[in-house]
Ligand binder design. Structure first.
Ligand code: 8YV
Length: 307
């Protein structure tokens, strides 16, 4: 994909491993016409002004774009693109994997083997919970929420509750889901999977009060954004066993330090934000991100625009 970009413009690639600091980012964006950004790059009005009036497109290498001030871009006539659809299946697969891993102690039990602590077979060791026939709560029935629901309702015959901003009548028929208020979903679900975009309205949506409504046997999964869950409240809930377990692909901050109580918790599975990390998804994301950049640089409508 970079090759395609090099055919139409000069390309400068910034360090891949460490996200640039704010100061570095400000220095790097100066005079650029287009930016290909990652979630770790905060692109606000100030950064757009530092870049200069020539900046015409910001192409985010992600479906989510909470790192970009889209209103500030609109005011400045800067197009903003994202990479939807192509990572839906990969992210839904990971949500399901986390749900099972957290339900069955997959990482902690496996680590016991690695640590040479596997001594014997214990009838009451590592007891988990089973999703089959239980109630699944999908918080945010967008593309990824729906793909996750399809897998679990179809494969494990789960009953479906969901929250959604809009009516999803076709989906209700297809998956026999019931649209409910968040409080009902939390109180009645055995497994809760979070799929809302991060906005001012969804930041800390799953706070202490929300977690307190969940069943003590419930499993909470988050493949959306760390900031949607109040992490301190989650730590408390896991410590007091007021919920059974959590599976997280996203945290606040990212990376989360190794001594964070969630990392230490035997009831929490944490992955380093790998929802879209398959060859197919990342290749397709790259293609869209480059298409968006090329279109924006030539003042054409983006393949996937959020402005
Ligand atoms: C990341 C994601 O973009 O698309 C999103 O919104 O959260 C992920 O796909 C990906 O990990 C690259 O940073």
């Amino acid at each position: 994909s970079l090759q395609r970009l090099r055919e139409v413009c000069e390309v400068e690639v910034w360090p891949e491993t460490l996200p640039p600091s704010r100061d570095e980012l400000c220095r790097l964006v100066k005079g650029r016409h287009g930016l290909l950004t990652m979630l770790s790059d905060r692109v606000d009005g100030e950064l757009m002004d530092v870049a200069g009036d020539q900046l015409c497109v910001v192409s985010n290498y992600a479906v989510g774009y909470n790192n970009i001030d889209v209103d500030a871009a609109k005011i400045r006539g800067i197009a903003v693109g994202n990479t939807p659809d192509v990572l839906t299946d990969a992210t839904a697969d990971l949500a399901v994997s986390l749900l099972f891993a957290a339900s069955r102690h997959v990482l902690t039990a496996g680590n016991q083997v690695c640590d040479g602590e596997w001594k014997t077979w214990e009838p009451t060791g590592w007891l988990g919970v089973e999703p089959a026939g239980k109630t699944l709560g999908i918080v945010g029935m967008g593309r990824i929420g729906k793909a996750t629901a399809k897998r679990l309702v179809g494969g494990w015959e789960m009953d479906l509750l969901y929250t959604s901003r809009s009516d999803q009548t076709d989906m209700e028929k297809e998956l026999s889901g019931r649209r409910v208020e968040l409080d009902t979903l939390l109180a009645e679900s055995d497994f809760v999977s979070v799929h809302v975009a991060l906005t001012d309205q969804t930041r800390n949506l799953i706070d202490e009060d929300a977690i307190s409504k969940m069943k003590s046997t419930a499993v909470l999964v988050n493949t959306a954004r760390g900031e949607i869950i109040d992490q301190d409240a989650l730590v408390k809930a896991l410590e007091s066993r007021s919920i059974f377990a959590a599976g997280l692909d996203v945290t606040t901050p990212e990376p989360l330090s190794a001594d964070h109580p969630l990392v230490k918790s035997p009831h929490c599975v944490i992955l380093p934000h790998i929802g879209s990390a398959t060859h197919a998804s990342r290749n397709a994301m790259s293609e869209i991100a480059v298409d968006n950049l090329i279109a924006g640089l030539s003042d054409q409508p983006l393949r996937c625009s959020v402005t």
